[in-house]
Design a protein around this ligand. Structure first.
Ligand code: SF4
Ligand code: SF4
Ligand code: SF4
Ligand code: SF4
Ligand code: FES
Length: 732
């Protein structure tokens, strides 16, 4: 192991050690010496725009900016001399000469708070104390730090119109300091390139080139620019007036199996905003629009189911919980083991999934434990699950020599995968994209193959043949991927939901098992690993992943008669779809209403992942936590509580759970990896008795829209305004 080179420098008469390749600002920070700075930010390349971080260095003329000056051995630095302090104040005055300063210098600001309900000195867009960033503003902090109490320059108000036409966040460039953080995070960290500086002089602003909207310019709406903005110039639409959060709760995104870490911002007992965690080892804060912006509006939707209701001839009637549970239990009991089935969402927590399978097996006495995974994948279930279970971690891409993507666009989902592929391409890895339309990775691809999905398996076969030495250049470039190199195949949602997925999966399995490719599967079933670990498939018991011979999945159609005439169907966090079995009586347990045209007989309102603690398992097999951040919505209840309460009415003594912790201690006994330090479930090759015979491919041969932007079966765009705008654009 090579030792990192260090230098010794003196900062403010203190001898300190620093890494040889850092700036003065970084060295000072590492040694807890504070230098005011504005445009510099950890994770972002240095820029040297604001000049607030000036210092004195022996042997260097003038006042160098500490964020751009590298340390050298023996350097003597002074960060807090009278000259440096005066210079910083002058620099800040100039910066503020185009910034509304009421919230910074008004002599009445202490008293002002008492009268804010009625007194307003200036319009909202000019600041005063009505700026969305008030009390959380880096500029306010820096002004204090620099010791500036007034500004001698007249304030020139630039009078830009606030830009509100794009989804998710507004832009008020009257508050912009042109620090360039947003531009750098978009270009250098997200590798997206939506933002740049526009115009010159007093008219300079930030935005996409050529007058395009963010939506038109390919913005991912990841919110990274909003997060790094030190002022109120960029603000999330739904939380801009919420003020400083009371609390931040770390949790996990429930929308896809990547399992990004999220910081939930809680105000007044509600989750009002979300931010990324740049220290997260899985996605390094590179979350997508769904995790960043699609949570508060979904969980606080005005359509949330608030209390149990029952369908009567004259419409829905409210029902107390006790009666609703009695009703559900009576219907299920009368239907008997052969007359009832459950449909479970793959986006439930492990705890809910564990209780669901016990509910079916012990309270109902049935193996009819169904899920959208079974109906969406049809007869391709085994190969899909096999690819999913052994899907490689996202960071496999970091060291890849070649990357092939099939049916993948990471603009609005799986962004950690997309950014890893872009980074790899930038450092010289071969990137080849196969998709039906333009995709966001094309720009860095060596080879872009745009074609009908019907031809995708042929391209994959061409690559395989060329790698084994007997291919032609007809269908794929034979020389791009080299045998023996670390090659990664990423299968995206458009491939999973294409009419040719069987052939694509088979090719992927051959590439993995015979040619040594690493395969990453980007699918929408968040807790598929949890379903397998908890035994939420017909004939698969909890801990089935323990078996040494592989994960033994059974053909659902061999375990249960799916064409049966069912009396009662109990949907737990899922919505009925045309592929699913029909029933005489439908119990619908969810947080948001079923799609129009479905009229459940009994509706049970469920709490969501921000309202009840639990765990989920990422595609890598890591056990991750959902942490409770707010009280359950209205009279909703946790799924596990509803199932346990119904079970106790069907069979005395069945499923007695008082808490999530009680369920977890039971899971630990039967699911390997659920306890202990590493907290990972083992991942096994999948074998299947018989072949899944639900249906060949319910989507036929054509291209279909992947059901990606849905949570618990409910489309995000039905409840999140910005997702609707994205959806409309994608469909154009
Ligand atoms: S950006 Fe900061 S300093 Fe400027 S008006 Fe808003 S809160 Fe005040
Ligand atoms: S939201 Fe993300 S992609 Fe869009 S401009 Fe901001 S940083 Fe760039
Ligand atoms: S919008 Fe914010 S982050 Fe971007 S340049 Fe202006 S002040 Fe800096
Ligand atoms: S990539 Fe997946 S887990 Fe991460 S924020 Fe997006 S939807 Fe959530
Ligand atoms: S922080 Fe150094 S120039 Fe802005």
């Amino acid at each position: 192991m090579t030792r990192e080179k260090k230098v010794t420098i003196t900062i403010d008469n203190r001898k300190v050690e620093a890494k040889a390749n850092v700036t003065i600002l970084q060295a000072a920070r590492e040694n807890s010496i504070d230098i005011p700075s504005l445009c510099a930010l950890e994770h972002l390349p240095s820029y040297g725009a604001c000049r607030l971080c000036v210092v004195e260095v022996d042997g260097i003329r003038g006042f160098p900016t500490s964020c751009t000056t590298p340390v050298e051995d023996g350097m003597v630095i002074r960060t807090d001399t009278a000259e440096v302090r005066t210079l910083r104040q002058e620099v800040l005055k100039l910066l503020l000469s185009e910034h509304p300063a009421s919230c910074l210098f008004c002599e009445e600001q202490t008293d002002c708070k008492n009268f804010q309900g009625t007194i307003r000195k200036v319009g909202v867009t000019t600041g005063c104390r009505y700026c969305p960033n008030d009390d959380m503003c880096e500029l306010q902090e820096i002004t204090k730090k620099v010791g500036l109490t007034e500004t001698s320059y007249p304030v020139y108000y630039r009078n830009f119109a606030v830009e509100k036409e794009d989804p998710f966040y507004d832009r008020d460039y009257n508050l912009c300091l042109l620090c360039g953080r947003c531009v750098r995070v978009c270009n250098d960290i997200r590798l997206n390139g939506t933002l740049s500086f526009k115009q010159r002089g007093k008219l300079t602003t930030i935005g996409p080139a050529f007058g395009r909207t963010h939506l038109e310019a390919g913005c991912e709406f990841c919110g990274a620019c909003v997060a790094v903005c030190p002022t109120g110039a960029l603000s999330a639409k739904t939380s801009k007036w919420a003020g400083k959060p009371d609390e931040i709760v770390e949790s996990t995104c429930p929308y896809c199996p990547v399992g990004c870490t999220l910081d939930l911002k809680v105000k007044g007992g509600e989750v009002v905003d979300v931010s990324a965690d740049y220290d997260s080892p899985t996605e390094h804060g590179l979350i997508c629009v769904k995790g960043r912006f699609a949570i508060p509006e979904y969980i606080l939707s005005p359509d949330r189911l608030a209390a149990p209701t029952i369908l009567k001839p004259e419409g829905y009637d409210l029902l107390p919980w006790e009666k609703a549970l009695d009703e559900a239990a009576a219907k299920l009991k009368t239907a008997g083991p052969k007359g009832s089935f459950i449909v479970v969402s793959p986006q439930l927590s492990n705890e809910d999934l564990f209780v669901a399978q016990r509910f079916a097996r012990e309270a109902l006495g049935t193996e009819a434990i169904l899920s959208p995974v079974i109906f969406d994948l049809g007869s391709d279930l085994r190969s899909f699950v096999d690819l999913a279970v052994l899907s490689e971690p996202v960071d496999t891409i970091d060291t890849a020599a070649g990357i092939l993507t099939v049916g993948l666009d990471t603009t609005y989902g799986f962004t950690p995968v997309g950014i890893a592929a872009k980074k790899a391409a930038k450092r010289g890895a071969i990137l080849v994209t196969i998709s039906a339309d333009e995709c966001n990775l094309d720009i860095l691809s060596e080879e872009v193959i745009q074609s009908d999905p019907a031809k995708w398996p042929d391209f994959m076969e061409g690559i395989m043949k060329s790698m084994s030495g007997n291919g032609t250049r007809k269908k794929a470039p034979p020389s791009l991927f080299k045998k023996g190199d670390r090659n990664v195949l990423v299968i995206g949602p458009d491939a999973i939901f294409s009419g040719k997925r069987r052939e694509i999966f088979e090719n992927a399995l051959t590439m993995r098992d015979s040619l040594g490719w690493k395969v990453i599967l980007c699918h929408p079933y968040t807790n598929l690993m949890g379903m397998l670990a908890m035994g939420v498939f017909p004939g698969l018991k909890p801990g089935g992943m323990r078996s040494d011979g592989g994960l033994k999945l059974k053909d659902p159609a061999a375990v249960i008669d799916l064409k049966h005439n069912w009396k009662v169907g109990y949907f737990i966090g899922e919505v009925p779809t045309p592929q699913m079995p029909k029933c005489d009586y439908l119990i619908y347990e969810n947080a948001l209403p079923a799609p129009s045209g479905t009229d459940p007989d009994l509706i049970l309102p469920a709490s969501l992942f921000t309202e009840v603690s639990g765990t989920t398992i990422s595609c890598e097999g890591k056990i991750l936590a959902f942490n409770k951040a707010s009280a359950p919505f209205a009279d909703s209840k946790p799924d596990w509580w509803i199932m346990s309460s119904i079970a106790a009415r069907i069979r005395k003594g069945a499923l007695k759970y008082a808490s999530v912790a009680a369920i977890q201690s039971e899971i630990k006994k039967s699911v390997p990896g659920f306890s202990g330090k590493d907290r990972r479930v083992p991942r096994k090759k999948v074998v299947m008795d018989g072949k899944a015979a639900v249906a060949r491919n319910p989507h036929g041969a054509g291209r279909v829209m992947a059901p990606l932007e849905a949570f618990r079966g409910v489309p995000l765009h039905d409840h999140v305004a910005g997702m609707k705008a994205i959806e409309e654009r994608r469909r154009k």
